[in-house]
Design a protein around this ligand. Sequence first.
Ligand code: AMP
Length: 246
Amino acid sequence: MTLTLTLSLKRRGNKLPRPNGERVGVRGIGVEMNELTIALAKGRLLAPSLEIFEALGYDVREVRASRKLVVESGDVRFLIAKPMDVPIYVEHGAADVGIVGQDALRESGVNVYEPLVLGYGACRLVVAGKPALRDAEWRLLAGLRVASKYPRCTQKYFSARGLSAEVITLYGSIELAPMVHLADLIVDVVDTGRTLRENGLVELDEVFKSQAALIVNRASHTLRASEIRGLVEKINGTQTNADERR
Ligand code: AMP
C-alpha cells in the first residue's frame, strides 16, 4: 500500500510516461490521455502509409521532410521505426496503432490485433536456391543450411514440414549466401523476382504472401475503443476510395 502510494506520487511529480502515452495530469487528478500514437514502418511502406494519413487530413510534411522519429500532427503522434520494430512498439503499448508489413509482423511473433490489411506493400516470402535444386528433392537433403533475415518464419516453415535445417540469420543481401556457400537455400522477401534472377537463384516454394497491415495494441483496443474504431473505419474508407479510383 505504502509502496503503491509512493510510486503514484512520484509519477505525478515527474510526469513519467506510461504505456500507451498516458501521462498523469499536471493537476494530479485522473489521467490525461495523450494523442493516439501511430508507429509507421520506414522504407517502402512509409510513402503509401503517409498518403493514407494525408487523405484523412493530417499534415505529414514534417515526417516526409525531416529525420525526426516522433512527429506530432493534430490529434495523433507518429513514431517512425524500422519495420521489424513496429510490432514491438505496438505490442508493448509504446504505440497504440502501427502500420507494418505482414512479413515483419509474422517474424516478430507479437500478440496484437490485426483489424485491417491495406492492399499495398505486396510481396512474398519464398524459399529460393540454385536452379539445380529445383529438380532435386531439396527438402530431403541432409544438413540443409538456410540463410534468412526471417529466422522465426524460416524455422517454422521447416519444422512444420518435419524437415531439419540449420537457420543462419543474416541482416541483408541474403542472396549472397548461396553464392559463397554459406547456405544451400535462402528464405527472403521477393517482389518482382529481379534480385533472385540477377543473382542466379530460383524460387523453390512460397512461405506466405504479405502486404501492409494495420495493427493495434490489445490494451488500447479496449481503453481507446471508440478512437481506434473511428480511425480504422476512416482508413478503411480511404482504401475503398482508392480501390474505386483504380
Ligand atoms: P525484387 O528484386 O523486386 O524481387 O525485390 C527483392 C528485394 O527487395 C529483396 O532484397 C527484398 O529483401 C526486398 N524487398 C522486396 N519487397 C519488399 C518488401 N515489401 N519489404 C521489404 N523488402 C522488400
